[in-house]
Write a protein that binds this ligand. Structure first.
Ligand SMILES: Cc1cc2nc3c(=O)[nH]c(=O)nc-3n(C[C@H](O)[C@H](O)[C@H](O)COP(=O)(O)OP(=O)(O)OC[C@H]3O[C@@H](n4cnc5c(N)ncnc54)[C@H](O)[C@@H]3O)c2cc1C
Length: 399
């Protein structure tokens, strides 16, 4: 009997034989991949999927990577990992039909407009407001840290539509055209010297009611779908064994240290091995989680993956620059104020990666917040005191 992997492998192999990655333009390849249900194999038929399991989808990704197929994830990281599952869970048939395919091909890049200057970890406290005017919503407010907003055609925005109820109840989600009149995107430069993210101002921006995602006042459950998928998308990937940052560390060790037998070199080797084991444990844990994951929104175990991802990336990139010795300090940027086309969350020059990875414990939810989620939702510990839980948003004191 054929195993799941051979069935999925057969499907992918015959698809790739029809559209050889080397001779097929990436947009054509990805469009055909969507139509074949191999975009997100665990999504429903007609929505880029085959109604398969998340584990089968994982196998599609592995096989596509082995065959060097173009990836949809790289350029449209927010769209691919966060917006698409939210659209599938909460979108109308028309919205799915309109947005999913160009999102997957990368013809339309997406951004996530959740965080605000006064609402990050406590994102439900947000103040951007949306008011209904006929069959349009008028949105006014400020978002911040918006990754790739400068590249985005559309954004998933959450706004306050009712200030008279508690903070979680008064939210509504929308799909906003990032080129609509009144949208202003300004770069925010990171420690690397690049501006992957932005601050976004909404000056009475009109959004048709047909681009509301979910019901009025249902922005919180819609956002939870995005956030749960975000954690898995950032931290829950299953890279090839020994690849990524730990692969870089190994390469640097082999090039610079492997011939040495002195005490310092042995200590460095031991540190590298410990790091290798921790990375492998995280990889296998993610593998097991993706194997067990049911279709639908991932559970709180995504917080474990996100926390481990941030901690290991930071430790491993630090190890890389340590292994490079004095050269590790020579970060070659002259801070040219670049606005990159992709978010470099995982790799590149290790000196730059070392600086970039500092943000891993903030983006997609901080490590402190991940620990809170694990404490409360995985371990069942008592919850934090929440003084604003039963108070109308407009009555909650804020600065
Ligand atoms: C590189 C990068 C990319 C990002 N991209 C996006 C994006 O595309 N879209 C988007 O909407 N947002 C984005 N963000 C924003 C990110 O989600 C927020 O920065 C994050 O949620 C933290 O919010 P904050 O910055 O307001 O910090 P705050 O919430 O003000 O937190 C400040 C400190 O207090 C701690 N803290 C807060 N609450 C608690 C608590 N209850 N218990 C314990 N400690 C607590 C935090 O851990 C942190 O150390 C990005 C951030 C970064 C760094």
């Amino acid at each position: 009997m054929a195993t799941i992997d051979t069935t999925i492998d057969d499907l992918v192999d015959s698809f790739v034989a029809q559209f050889p990655p080397r001779s097929t333009d990436p947009i054509t390849f990805l469009g055909a991949q969507f139509d074949a249900g191999l975009a997100w194999a665990h999504f429903p038929l007609g929505e880029g999927g085959l109604g398969a399991t998340p584990a089968e989808h994982q196998r599609v990704l592995e096989r596509m990577a082995q065959l060097r197929a173009p990836s949809a994830d790289g350029r449209n990281v927010i769209g691919y990992g966060m917006v698409a599952p939210t659209l599938v869970a909460h979108g109308t048939a028309q919205q799915k039909q309109r947005f999913l395919r160009p999102l997957f091909t990368g013809e339309e890049i997406w951004c996530q407009l959740f965080s605000e200057p006064g609402a990050g970890s406590d994102f439900a406290a947000l103040a951007t407001r949306a008011e209904l005017d006929g069959d349009e919503w008028i949105v006014t407010g400020q978002k911040v840290w918006t990754t790739l907003a400068h590249e985005a055609a559309f954004g998933l925005i959450v706004a306050r539509t009712n200030p008279d109820v508690t903070k979680h109840q008064g939210l509504t989600a929308f799909l906003v055209d990032m080129h609509a009149p009144g949208v202003e995107v300004r770069p925010l430069y990171q420690a690397t010297g690049e501006a992957e993210f932005n601050e976004c101002f909404f000056h009475e921006v009109r959004i048709p009611d047909g681009q509301r995602l979910g019901g009025v006042g249902e922005g919180w459950p819609v956002s939870i779908t995005t956030l749960m998928n975000e954690r898995v998308s950032i931290g829950g990937t299953v890279p090839a064994r020994g690849s990524g940052l730990i692969g870089e560390a190994l390469k640097i060790f082999v090039a610079r240290w492997s011939g040495r037998r002195d005490a310092h070199a042995l200590a460095v080797r031991a540190e590298l091995m410990q790091s290798w084991v921790r990375n492998e444990v995280a990889r296998l844990t993610n593998w097991r989680a993706s194997d067990l994951r049911k279709a639908g929104t991932p559970g709180p175990e995504g917080a474990v993956a996100k926390l481990a991802f941030a901690e290991e990336n930071q430790r491993t990139s630090e190890l890389c620059v340590d292994l490079m010795g004095a050269e590790g300090m020579l970060y070659g940027s002259d801070y040219p104020h670049v606005r990159p086309k992709e978010a470099a969350m995982r790799g590149g020059d290790m000196r730059k990666a070392f600086i970039r990875m500092r943000a891993n414990s903030i983006e997609g939810g901080t490590s402190e917040v991940m620990r809170n989620i694990i404490g409360e939702r995985v371990l069942g510990l008592p919850g934090e005191p929440r003084s604003d839980k039963d108070v109308a948003w407009k009555d909650v004191p804020r600065s």
